[in-house]
Design a protein around this ligand. Structure first.
Ligand code: SAM
Length: 356
């Protein structure tokens, strides 16, 4: 007889989220029709956030290198082949273009090896499908070649593409590598959606921060008078520091011709730039509000990632910790589009748990 853990999710295909962070990927999988039954992450703040929003999921708050697939299998009562989708996004920092420009060698970053941890779970669980997301730089990394080769040897038909989340109903330009593999079947990528969402669609209706009652919208920001003067002069709705006469520019900007987006404002009628872990700081990119003389708030960052307005984040924490979680998250709508195609393909092939 099947124990309760299996019985409750017999009507929907199941998924496990490795490196679950604050839950962007999990939310997208749920929106795409999956029941997420397990998640793994080792960051306490991410786990707190994840649990606040996904109470129904069994979470392993641990270093993935210390977690045995057998532990997941026995807790969730999963035999090899039971699981429909294993999905995950290992830390991206080691593969990012930014780090390469700064001179760091991607292949030497120990975080890159975490991708290969996924293979232990693939070997044991034998899921019907596997989805991996990361920055485009992953494609050039040795660990990804090893990963793809091992997947192929294991009977998976995998494919990869670099896609822009903005084409999948996310109000943000965010190019990411997606790898999707099916066990003995090919699974296509989702087609882009027709409508583009803009910055105005995502954050145009929010009250000004301060007394909104939303703790992550109301976190104060401090800037030096010199930086405040600069921000006030940046033209509204898409303006840049390069629009200013030279006497109003910061000395460091006069000396440097690169990073033109820093201290730029977002434009109401466009998608936002990529929301990163530096999105609370206008010196890290185009993170100024289209009109207000401030950086975007953490609620605005979450909305630009496509989290719903009532997604819970810890109240008593710093902007930088929130930005780290939110900037590292996967936009749920982007994942939902691909999850739906995986769901439908598995169902059509007769393989998915879903029999509806
Ligand atoms: C790119 S983020 C994942 C984002 C997440 N999928 C989302 O959509 O919100 C990578 C995650 O890997 C976690 N991580 C890093 N090293 C880990 C390890 N050794 N074991 C488990 N999780 C780890 C980090 O805490 C971070 O939350």
């Amino acid at each position: 007889m099947k124990p309760t853990t299996r019985a409750v999710h017999e009507d929907r295909p199941t998924a496990i989220d490795l490196f679950s962070g604050c839950g962007g990927l999990t939310l997208g999988l749920k929106q795409g029709g999956f029941e997420v039954i397990g998640a793994v992450d080792n960051d306490p703040l991410s786990i707190e956030t994840y649990k606040a929003n996904h109470k129904d999921v069994t979470v392993w708050p641990t270093d993935i290198r210390e977690l045995k697939p057998a532990q997941i299998q026995s807790t969730l009562n999963l035999e090899p082949g039971d699981l429909d989708l294993l999905a995950g996004c290992s830390p991206c920092q080691g593969f990012s273009t930014m780090r390469t420009l700064n001179g760091a060698l991607r292949v030497d970053d120990p975080r890159n090896d975490l991708l290969l941890e996924v293979l232990r779970f693939v070997d044991a669980l034998r899921p019907k499908a596997v989805m991996i997301e990361n920055v485009p730089g992953l494609a050039d990394d040795e660990s990804f070649q090893v990963f793809c080769g091992r997947m192929e040897n294991g009977g998976y038909h995998g494919d990869q593409d670099v896609l822009n989340a903005a084409e999948y109903g996310v109000p943000q330009r965010r190019k990411r590598l997606i790898y999707i593999a099916g066990l003995e079947i090919k699974i296509p990528f989702a087609e882009p959606v027709q409508d583009t969402l803009t910055v105005r669609d995502a954050i145009g209706d929010l009250p000004e921060p301060g007394e909104s009652g939303d703790p992550i919208h109301d976190l104060p920001e401090k800037r030096t008078p010199r930086v405040m003067q600069l921000i006030q002069r940046i033209p509204q709705d898409g303006g840049s520091r390069t629009d200013l006469p030279v006497q109003f520019q910061l000395d460091c900007h006069k000396r440097c011709n690169g990073f033109k987006d820093v201290y730029g404002r977002m434009a109401w009628s466009e998608v936002s730039p990529t929301i990163t872990s530096g999105c609370f700081n206008p010196s890290k990119g185009r993170f100024l509000h289209p009109e207000a003389n401030r950086a975007i708030t953490m609620r605005e960052a979450a909305l630009l990632q496509g989290f719903p307005g009532d997604y819970k984040f810890p109240k008593a924490t710093s902007k930088s910790s929130l930005a780290m979680m939110i900037g590292n998250a996967l936009p749920p709508a982007f994942i939902a589009a691909h999850a739906k195609v995986i769901h439908d393909t598995l169902k059509d092939s007769g393989g998915a748990t879903n029999r509806d």
